[in-house]
Write a protein that binds this ligand. Structure first.
Ligand code: ZN
Length: 311
């Protein structure tokens, strides 16, 4: 009888442990108690598995860029920006490497492990766990698939690895219009020109004449090519790894939903459609579904004109 009770107690404790670490409900309780008692939790990346994938989590502001990012080093910059969130002790253990050094390290890891996903995982979680996950899931596996092979204690580092990939893709993006085109309204909170009140302007407005070719900032898949009364004729490109770009107020669209586009490919002709006060392109960069200032990921920024036209 006593032995039965002990076994029941053990089973009960085991299921509590399982619920605490491996269910969304447990993750919510862990986040709540972490907030309450002020300690760090890995629950957020775990929660993300059930929602928007690994590319969730809180995004720290990217460090300012001293010079344009060479395309071959974009992933190194992503890892550098993600590692900037580690506390000092962890950063020392991680190595105070420059973006260029991290890029070289990642290239070597990618060659030996077969993918950038596994390379970034190796950089943040160690080569042995990354190799184990790669062997289980194959070299074509996504970070999310690889992450499933690692125990919960890696969740924080997996979160950083996902940010490194996402930020690396953001640093690799081009620009939808010639660099000489001026910004007529920057990203940020402003008084709305048409609706009144203070609102977040979730992209940048680029002042261009009607019919200017708008080009894809990076390769990707067209998730949306349609029109609505607010944004006008809009293209949404999904670049993978949690990165999307959005192009609003066009005159006409040159791509269809589901189509693959190359970087630099014309996707629309700019216009004045939707709720807009003059011809311009509204260009928006979303990371993990949240709009961010696209200029933060560019060193050579277009000039900001006197603020007038806007959406
Ligand atoms: Zn705008």
């Amino acid at each position: 009888m006593k032995r039965l009770a002990a076994a029941e107690l053990l089973a009960c404790l085991l299921s509590l442990w399982g619920a605490w670490y491996h269910t969304p409900a447990g993750a919510i309780v862990r986040i709540a108690s972490a907030h309450l008692f002020g300690f760090r939790t890995s629950a957020r990346p775990l929660l993300a598995y059930y929602g928007a994938g690994v590319y969730g989590g809180r995004l720290a502001p990217a460090p300012p860029l001293p010079a344009p990012v060479p395309p071959a080093q974009a992933l190194g910059y992503g890892a550098w920006a993600a590692a900037a969130q580690l506390d000092e002790g962890e950063r020392a253990q991680f190595g105070a490497a420059s973006p260029a050094q991290l890029a070289a390290q990642l290239r070597a890891l990618s060659r030996s492990l077969g993918s950038d996903e596994a390379a970034v995982l190796a950089l943040f979680c160690g080569e042995e766990p990354a190799r184990y996950a790669r062997d289980k899931e194959g070299s074509g596996a996504s970070l999310e698939e690889l992450a499933r092979q690692l125990p919960p204690r890696y969740a924080d580092r997996i979160g950083l690895a996902s940010q490194a990939l996402m930020l690396g893709s953001a640093y690799a993006l081009g620009w939808p219009l010639p660099q000489s085109v001026r910004i007529t309204s920057p990203f940020g909170v402003r008084a709305h020109p048409l609706l009144g009140g203070r609102k977040l302007h979730n992209g940048v407005d680029l002042g261009v004449p009607l019919g200017t070719l708008v080009r894809a900032a990076g390769e990707g898949v067209v998730r949306r090519a349609s029109s609505d009364s607010l944004n006008g004729r809009t293209v949404v490109l999904d670049h993978g790894r949690g990165v999307a770009t959005i192009y609003c107020h066009n005159e006409d669209l040159l791509v269809r939903e589901g189509e693959r586009v190359e970087r630099g490919q014309p996707i629309a002709r700019s216009g004045n459609s939707g709720r807009s006060t003059g011809p311009h392109l509204h260009y928006q960069l979303d990371l993990a579904g949240e709009p961010v200032d696209p200029l933060r990921y560019r060193a050579d920024k277009p000039k900001v004109a006197a603020l007038e036209a806007a959406d």
